[in-house]
Ligand binder design. Sequence first.
Ligand SMILES: [Zn+2]
Length: 428
Amino acid sequence: MTGLVLRDARVEDAAATSDIVVEAGRITAVLPAGTPHPLGATDPQGAHETIDCAGRVVLPGFVEAHIHPDKAHLDGLRAPRGATLADAIAVTLDLKREFTHDDVRDRSRRVVESAILNGTTTLRAHPDVDPVAGTLGVEVLIELREQYRDFIDIQIVAFPQEGILRAPGTDKLLRLALAAGADVVGGCAYQEDSVEDCRRHVDLVLDLAAEHGVPADLHADFADDAGDPRQSMAEYVAEATRRRGLGGRVTLGHMTSLAGRPRRERMAVMRELAAAGVAVVPLPATDLHLGGRSDTRAVRRGVAPVRELWETGVVTATASNNIRNAFTPYGTGDLLDIALLLAQTGHLSGPADLRRVLRMVTYDAARVVGIAENYGVRVGAAADLVVLDTDRYDDIVLDRPERTHVIKAGRVVARTTRTRQLVNAPAA
Ligand SMILES: [Zn+2]
């Protein structure tokens, strides 16, 4: 097989359809549908594969910017004592003591395969790195990154879930994980005992990022409000990022407490994040499940203020975070489900908002994980594509249509067919 042609494809929101020509893993032409295509020159036998898209929408592959495959599918093993963030961390720490290589691999593999089936072509995984789990999650993800390299790009974040200063030895393990092949250094800014230690944690993570020339991706400000000063590290991260010249390479996940700060204050914080080049990734499935647990009336939604993040120019994506564990007892690894959840809980509606939400799992997520240069349905971009069973771009987040074909580097890696029809429906 020397190439692939997607015939009669609707490139995102285009009114007319196109033929998308792919050679050697890249998009080499996007032509009005039916135009004789240049594959003939390099492929005289016509041995290329053709997909007849029949007017369906083609998007660049979804980007899962934040997920924990090593901790997925733990639900049902042991119930947490309650349903707060602290309860989820505690029960998962207990379960982690029993993790084996095979068990972590099997659960992680389930996550990776469902992501691919759902149209995800790049995934940033945050396996735990701490004195209990060691670097097991990183080792497993390195194995899967290699095994699935023709199906999906996996980025590995070395994630200190239990803190760094309060879990002695973690800094050394983070270095080991980076040496072994982790792509990103993670952080968990609120998992220290004092504000000073939270700051030291941020500094340690960003120093490691600078030293190893890798991006940083921290969990931060994950509470209903910023009453606990350990849960308002955003300004400090912005300043620390700027100081090290790491703009465009630092991401903060959750950031729910932002929504609990007075409007003037939070707008100022978001402008600082935008100016420093720090991205934000709200994780609504987890944020909604763990948030507002102390509220007995008017329970808070606990999701970062998405529209204000847009307004202040912060690069903002959204992602799954956890699949079926104490942090998030839901999830299928389908980013369109997350997009719809974010829209429903963020007062986001109508075509303009929904287009922007769709960008949060495509173009904006690509910026977060640093692949924007090669991303998109355009000549020169990587041929990482998803064909959706719809011709209505504006309804994608609402309908979450089947992903009929998922294409990685020009090769079909997943197919879905489903037939639904009304039987003996009345004539129009
Ligand atoms: Zn996370």
